[in-house]
Design a protein around this ligand. Structure first.
Ligand code: SF4
Ligand code: SF4
Length: 84
């Protein structure tokens, strides 16, 4: 599972362009920053390598390989200059 904090995304497309299996695409909805955040094309195309999470400069993506880990991986980090 991939969680995108859509309003943190600045639309740089690094995640989309660097995904090794081309699993991401732009959403059809704009966020508060006026850009289109990424979304999975199909859930089963993602191999959960976490590259998108590691490369996102605004910490907008979190990859969960197990739903039970979701609660323990919440972060207090916020992107510099980011909004609430
Ligand atoms: S790398 Fe982060 S900021 Fe850039 S498009 Fe992807 S989610 Fe948005
Ligand atoms: S976790 Fe890896 S395979 Fe899945 S969307 Fe991110 S970069 Fe692509």
């Amino acid at each position: 599972m991939i969680e995108v904090n859509e309003d943190w995304c600045k639309g740089c497309r690094i995640c989309i362009e660097r995904c090794p299996v081309n699993a991401l695409e732009e959403s059809d909805k704009m966020n508060k920053r006026g850009v289109r955040p990424p979304r999975l094309k199909k859930v089963n195309e993602c191999n959960y390598c976490r590259l998108c999470e590691l490369l996102c400069p605004d910490l907008a993506i979190t990859v969960f390989t197990d739903d039970k880990k979701k609660e323990s991986r919440k972060t207090l980090l916020r992107p510099v200059g980011g909004r609430k």
